[in-house]
Design a protein around this ligand. Structure first.
Ligand code: WT7
Length: 714
């Protein structure tokens, strides 16, 4: 039976509830009709003969059947699947060994992951030169659209030809300053085209970049510089975000005064104020000319680029040579230096980008992440550029100059594919819809979401208000450690369900486990999410700390990669991420996911955002404390408080009773938009004497406010 009619086919429908009803109606028909073919569990376990008879991968995945055939192949014959995937890249030597991986730490070999191990390639060549080598007209195609913080500031778009020229020159600057293959280079940049130049130049000469998000404090940068022994730092004099000036170079100056950074010998500084915009008055204008400058250590990148030539052959890299290190904070301890390598990472990010977002030549793609995060690495730079896409680099924030900014940018650059985070969606949703509806957004075709669970109210708003009911929502689940998207819809290939990342990508075999018995669970079920076998994009290790890598990800469930997330797999095989497993409360013997309570609170018409944490309680084991941010037009009141408690009970069950509802204008968040639950837990414990480092918050002052107002600290 054909299932090709299952593709996403919402019609123009602005009414949220009708549209949602339609979603579930379509979904249930498809399930009833399709039970066997789309039951992931049944076909995952069955040893099927793949129905994929071609010798190469298709250009697009158009239906669930097509997905299923390829998914079977990718699981049953990963060598064949990932060989075909690697053919999408250009190699100096195509690998003869595709997969050589071991997940079980108890074996003699131990955890060891190698893909394409005898292959030789260069990532920068694959992202730039090869498009021009295959088709000279590519040199005139726009590679990066730059959208500056101030919308009126004029900037040139950068073509593939121009980007390649700048990358070659900057790569030669790095070489001139003694950077060699395998050296670590720390990058501390704002969201500007030069950040792409810096990363691609490192990749071109085989240097390992370690990007530190521009919002991190001097001591955080220092810690990350010294952990990977960088001797060269790339930065910018200033950055602009939301109309505010961020003095990046002076933070590097501070960092380099710290003893642990004494090995840094060179700082290359890009100028935020390009020559052609010298007359623009911005928030940094007053600070220009006040830079501290250490002769012999600090160099202007643009001046150095004038001293080198444009000839820089790409370094021939082994597939398993490291491409970059990216630090991510663990739940405890110092940040983990996640190591990604060359061949597998690029194969994986390139293929996921191509299929998931249904990228067509000529499309304009925009991802609002920062290059300081994995999303920026994989889906602003490497995934899009390796596919010859046009990618938007957006310097600003969603609320500046006003809350229409995203949608104005979409109209200005005619963005077709737009990828953002639920936290941004929720914050924009708190304002009047007119900020969205007054813009056209007709160019939009596909909307993506990443970073945390997207509650169904936000999903529906994104779908019906932002997308006018016509764009599929691609809810992508993945992690810094996974390199690329792992569980996700493929645009227009199958039905969507609000708050579900739907199905695993090719080669990804999910497995649920029971948290207490550690036994595997058979779906439909809810448990701890593990991945059964390796995929090319996964991190290989933590920088110089393989032992911690094994401890954190491979010890809980021997033979499996442990994600740290909870997940529900439904009868139709759809996956719903329920949140970090460490964010589960145990109250009076009931396990309660804080994410579940937050989702319930967020469904309330007056709520913009919430964060739920537990505190010790002698009677109930834990009490439930809810921080609630209200929408602009909603006032806090005793009545509203009761109403919220009632709606949580109604949504999840009468055993779920919030003990404290704390109204606050904001929540402590990291620059990537993650709520810092660690701090909230300390506030409500209460243990406010030792809050740890709060300098990485977007607004550290909120912490004091919360402590002052919390009934538990009185
Ligand atoms: C954690 C990874 C992946 C790039 C950005 C975050 C949560 C991420 C989703 C999603 C539910 C999600 C998970 C995951 N997460 N995407 N679509 N639905 N949860 O990377 O900082 O390494 O965080 O973010 O909890 O483990 P990261």
């Amino acid at each position: 039976k054909s299932s090709s009619k299952l593709s996403h086919n919402f019609t123009n429908n602005n009414e949220i509830h009708t549209s949602a009803a339609r979603t579930s109606a379509l979904l249930s028909t498809s399930i009833g009709f399709q039970l066997n073919p789309i039951n992931i569990t049944s076909y995952r376990l069955a040893s099927t003969n793949s129905t994929w008879n071609e010798s190469s991968l298709p250009d697009k995945i158009k239906s669930l059947d097509e997905y299923k055939a390829l998914y079977d192949l990718s699981i049953n014959d990963p060598e064949r699947f990932w060989k075909m995937a690697a053919e999408h890249l250009d190699w100096y030597r195509f690998p003869t060994k595709i997969k050589n991986t071991e997940f079980d730490y108890r074996t003699d070999r131990g955890v060891d992951i190698k893909w394409y191990e005898d292959g030789i390639l260069n990532v920068c060549y694959n992202c730039l030169d090869r498009h021009i080598d295959h088709d000279s007209s590519a040199s005139k195609q726009v590679a990066v659209v730059f959208e500056p913080d101030t919308p009126t500031e004029t900037r040139h778009h950068v073509t593939y030809g121009e980007l390649l020229r700048d990358v070659k020159k900057f790569a030669n600057v790095l070489k001139k300053h003694g950077v060699k293959k395998g050296d670590r280079v720390t990058v501390y940049m704002p969201m500007v085209v030069d950040a792409c130049v810096a990363l691609l130049a490192c990749a071109r000469i085989g240097a390992i970049h370690s990007v530190v998000f521009g919002g991190f404090s001097a001591s955080n940068v220092a810690e990350r510089i010294s952990d990977c022994d960088s001797t060269v730092v790339i930065t910018s004099d200033f950055g602009l975000r939301g109309g505010k000036c961020s003095p990046l170079k002076s933070k590097i100056d501070q960092a380099l005064k710290m003893k642990q950074c004494s090995n840094v010998r060179t700082v290359l500084v890009f100028e935020r104020n390009y020559g052609n915009n010298a007359d623009v008055k911005d928030a940094c204008s007053d600070q220009r000319g006040t830079l501290e400058w250490k002769e012999g250590r600090d160099f202007w990148a643009h001046k150095e680029m004038e001293t080198v030539n444009e000839n820089c052959p790409p370094e021939k890299m082994n597939a398993e040579d490291p491409l970059f290190i990216l630090y991510t904070s663990g739940s405890t301890g110092k940040p983990k230096g996640i190591v990604h390598t060359t061949g597998g990472y690029l194969t994986y990010t390139s293929l996921t980008f191509k299929y998931i977002f249904d990228y067509n030549p000529g499309d304009v793609y925009m991802c609002t992440a920062d290059i300081g995060w994995i999303t920026g690495h994989s889906y602003i730079i490497y995934g899009p550029l390796s596919n010859r896409a046009t990618t938007v680099v957006f310097e600003g924030v969603p609320t500046y100059p006003d809350v229409s900014r995203f949608w104005n940018v979409v109209d200005k650059h005619q963005v077709n594919i737009f990828y953002t985070a639920p936290t941004a969606i929720r914050s924009l949703m708190a304002h009047d819809d007119k900020y969205v509806t007054k813009t056209s957004r007709q160019s939009l075709r596909i909307l993506g979401s990443v970073g945390e669970p997207i509650n169904s109210e936000a999903w529906k708003w994104y779908h019906s208000v932002v997308g006018d009911g016509r764009c599929p929502i691609i809810d992508t689940w993945w992690q810094t450690e996974t390199g690329g998207v792992m569980i996700t819809p493929i645009a227009n290939a199958w039905e969507l369900e609000p708050s579900s990342a739907t199905l695993p990508f090719f080669g990804i075999k999910t497995q649920l486990f029971d948290k207490s018995t550690k036994k595997p669970l058979t779906p439909p079920n809810t448990g701890e999410l593990c991945i059964q076998d390796s995929w090319p994009g996964q991190a290989r290790s933590l920088y110089r700390n393989h032992e911690r890598f094994v401890d954190v990800y491979f010890k809980q469930y021997p033979g499996y990669y442990f994600t740290g997330d909870g997940c529900e797999i439904k009868k139709n095989g759809y996956h719903c991420i329920t949140g970090r497993v460490d964010d589960v409360l145990v109250i009076s013997g009931h396990n309660i996911g804080t994410a579940e309570v937050e989702a319930a609170l967020n469904e309330h018409a007056g709520v913009s955002e919430s964060a739920v944490v537990g505190y010790p309680d002698k009677k109930k084991n834990q009490g439930m404390y809810c921080f609630v941010v209200l929408k602009d037009d909603t006032k806090e009141s005793e009545e509203l408080r009761k109403d919220l408690i009632k709606s949580v009970r109604n949504t999840i069950g009468a055993h779920v009773n919030p003990d404290v509802i704390h109204f606050t204008p904001d929540l402590p968040k990291t620059r990537s938009g993650k709520i810092m639950r660690r701090i909230l837990r300390k506030i409500v414990e209460p243990d406010t004497s030792n809050l740890g480092d709060i300098s990485t918050l977007t607004d550290p002052s909120i912490v004091k406010e919360l402590i002052k107002k919390s009934p538990r600290t009185k």
